[in-house]
Design a protein around this ligand. Structure first.
Ligand code: SF4
Length: 714
């Protein structure tokens, strides 16, 4: 795969940022200097198709940023934890070597475990890298062997995952390349143009062949502005719209009775609830005209093939799991799964079968003090509730926090509680990072991390069906080190004798690929090294088409069918059928009397959550939206707010200073602000001072999009 030229070589890597596209990346490296000089999308990758998004097209600005954290550092004695301005890092931290850092951290973790028990140590990580090794391998071994608290990694997608599992028993979806065959594409709660951009050419191809693009989103994203029809639904009301569509489809006999009879379970129970979701009632809940509910339902049910791309916006509220369930049921009502270019895509990740057990070795917990002395597993902490974990948890309290692949000071909800916790003098905090993030400012030890150009990994995707190998393109900058190296070294220093703490990246890749999953059979490291990407061995029909849920054998639910009615949810005391329940913070509840505006805590198109928010080229692309509260004129005028005014946005959890941008991005009653770094914001606070730690109804996910606020002129 790697080609060589006179003084450059081209290395195949994979973008490991938290994005469905998992692009194949060709990195051109100057062989004399060892410096990467160009990154480009792999033209041979069937989904990447030779281009990268705006974020990663400028990736070398990030890799070679003068602000990279390049050496291990330790907090200077007597320096309080808290926000640092750029350039103040040297005042707060002193440079040390890796030996000293690893020895110091191992000694401190050992002492804390001895005094308070291993569960007083909490790892905190998410998808700063989604490579199999970087996301979860040696780190998990380390914390399992330690007996540390386990982290429930819920902040992004677990409500939607739980929804898909409750309906289908497995997280599969329509092939990305087959979007080109659709005649109607509904993008529901997603911004394809902003954060799934490699799907866009397939959508455009479908549109050139006559497909309509409909976007359902409370915010006028770039994708919504390019759609044939943007339906500006009120936040948190997707369940009502999906059920209203079913009301029309079933009421008018547009459902696929044959598919329903053969492949679904609980249709009669569902049908009994549908009279409650008349277009008129749904209109009152969603803010969508009743005639439009009818029109959407008819168009969806009568266009063949019709395809839904449901994304993460739907699930991030208290009723978000149910909402994702209801949307996921629509192709079962119409039988859209039977047609190439029909069906639904939430995530394709369930098609991959990497051997996570071999990578993470949960059995090591048995050798931890907890396993040996109490013969039990460590407790689990939901990452959404980090603030409460750091400030309220007892038995034992969290005494050490180890952060990697994440920036919780900016991205975790209820930010004021999180920061109160991070500020604790008695909390020992280690942060493994590429930059001096908001979280780094609270570290006792700060360790430099590699970018995906600087280490080797193997990766799946949640927006296509190709396994890929990411080669190390350049030497790590400064003394940056990968997660695998760091946790292996720490394990050895903790005295863990197991040989698995000495595994190399190649060992781990081989273990990840040593899978009995039928769709991974025969995919080896050697093949991936040779080809860069390999398509999963997906089961196909006689025409060679991958058509999930088009026949028996696909469904892994207890009934073996798609479940409208879930006995498993009922057994857990949850609603077995989708039912619309207003979110606790929404215009439908009494809380709206104090805080009448629904706020969308949005992700920026050109950042990845808080990643890239400190890079000047990326900041320039977001200039118009950063530090801004978007609001409708109908909400601004009664508050005496004009475009450009300084405003305070506040609720019971916190307040934020922003500039008002009065526009049509949001409907009446809704405001929107972007996520970024706290210390780069004018008031030093990020949008998550306003969000809550409440969890979604199923899946225990985050609820970033059900937040009530009030706004006043500052
Ligand atoms: S962030 Fe997404 S679209 Fe951009 S290069 Fe990475 S995988 Fe591709």
């Amino acid at each position: 795969m790697p080609a060589t030229h006179s003084s450059t070589k081209v290395v195949h890597a994979v973008c490991s940022h938290d994005c469905p596209d998992s692009c194949g990346v060709l990195v051109t490296v100057d062989t004399l200097t060892g410096r990467a000089v160009k990154v480009q999308g792999d033209p041979a990758h069937p989904v990447t198709r030779g281009f990268l998004c705006g974020k990663v097209a400028k990736y070398l600005d990030r890799v070679y940023s003068p602000d990279r954290l390049l050496y291990p550092m330790r907090r200077r004695a007597g320096v309080a934890k808290g926000p640092l301005r750029q350039g103040e890092e040297a005042i707060a931290f002193e440079r040390i070597g890796w030996e000293e850092a690893l020895d110091g951290i191992a000694a401190r973790l050992g002492a804390i475990s001895g005094e308070h028990g291993p569960e007083s140590i909490l790892p905190y990580s998410y998808a700063g890298t989604i490579g199999q090794l970087g996301y979860g391998s040696m780190d998990r071994r380390f914390f399992h062997r330690l007996g540390a608290s386990q982290l429930d990694r819920t902040i992004c997608s677990t409500a939607g995952e739980a929804a898909m599992l409750s309906v289908y028993g497995v997280k599969l979806g329509t092939d990305t390349e087959d979007f080109r065959h659709a005649k109607m594409i509904v993008v529901w709660g997603g911004n394809v143009h902003g954060n799934n951009v490699h799907l866009w050419p397939f959508i455009e191809e479908a549109r050139r062949n006559g497909a309509r693009l409909i976007v359902i989103d409370p915010y006028a994203t770039r994708t919504a502005k390019l759609a044939d029809w943007h339906i500006a639904i009120r936040p948190g009301t997707d369940t009502a719209l999906a059920l209203g569509m079913m009301h029309v489809i079933v009421g008018e006999g547009l459902h696929d009775a044959e598919y329903i009879a053969k492949h679904t379970h609980g249709f009669e129970q569902l049908r009994e609830t549908l009279p409650e979701y008349s277009p008129q009632r749904v209109s009152g809940i969603t803010g969508i005209a009743a005639a439009d509910v009818v029109k959407l339902a008819r168009e969806y049910a009568t266009t063949v093939p019709a395809l839904i791309r449901v994304n993460y916006g739907v699930q991030r509220s208290e009723n978000g799991g149910t909402a994702a369930r209801a949307v996921a049921m629509l192709p079962c009502v119409t039988g859209a799964w039977m047609h190439r270019g029909g069906g639904l895509q939430f995530s394709t990740s369930g098609a991959f079968g990497f051997n996570g057990t071999a990578l993470r070795m949960p059995e090591l917990m048995q050798a931890s003090p907890l396993g040996r002395e109490a013969n039990r597993e460590a407790r689990t902490v939901n990452m959404v509730q980090l603030g409460a974990a750091l400030t309220e948890l007892s038995d034992p309290p969290v005494k050490a926090l180890f952060v990697y692949n994440s920036n919780p000071a900016a991205v975790a909800p209820n930010q004021n509680a999180v920061l109160r916790g991070l500020r604790r003098d008695d909390l020992f905090t280690v942060v493994h990072e590429q930059f001096f993030t908001d979280t780094a400012d609270y570290a006792d030890f700060l360790l430099p991390a590699t970018t995906f150009l600087e280490h080797k990994d193997v990766q799946g995707a949640y927006g296509h069906h190709f396994a890929q190998l990411s080669q190390q393109a350049i030497e790590p900058l400064g003394e940056a080190r990968s997660n695998v190296w760091m946790f292996g070294q720490l394990g050895q220093r903790m005295g863990f004798a197991e040989a698995c703490f000495r595994d190399t990246e190649d060992d781990l890749i081989d273990q990840a690929l040593d899978s009995d999953h039928p769709w991974m059979q025969g995919i080896t490291r050697e093949e991936l090294e040779r080809k860069g990407h390999v398509r999963l061995r997906l089961p196909c029909d006689e025409a060679g088409t991958y058509l999930p849920f088009s026949g028996d054998g696909w469904f892994r639910t207890p009934s073996g069918k798609a479940e409208f009615y879930s006995e498993a949810l009922a057994a857990r005391g949850q609603e077995p059928l989708p039912v619309f329940v207003p979110n606790p913070e929404s215009r439908h509840t009494a809380a709206a009397q104090s805080y009448p505006l629904e706020m969308l805590a949005r992700k920026a198109d050109n950042y990845m959550n808080s990643t890239f928010a400190n890079i000047p080229t990326h900041q320039a692309m977001e200039e118009a939206k950063s530090g801004v509260l978007e609001m409708n004129a109908s909400d601004a005028a009664p508050r005496g707010i004009a475009d450009g005014d300084a405003v305070e946005v506040f609720n019971q959890r916190g307040s934020l200073r922003l500039r008002a941008r009065v526009n049509l991005s949001v409907a009446s009653g809704v405001v929107a602000a972007q996520l970024g770094w706290n210390k780069l914001a004018a008031g030093g606070a990020g949008v998550n001072v306003l969000t809550s730690e409440r969890l979604s109804d199923i899946g225990g996910g985050a609820t970033f999009y059900s937040v009530l606020v009030e706004v006043r002129k500052a």
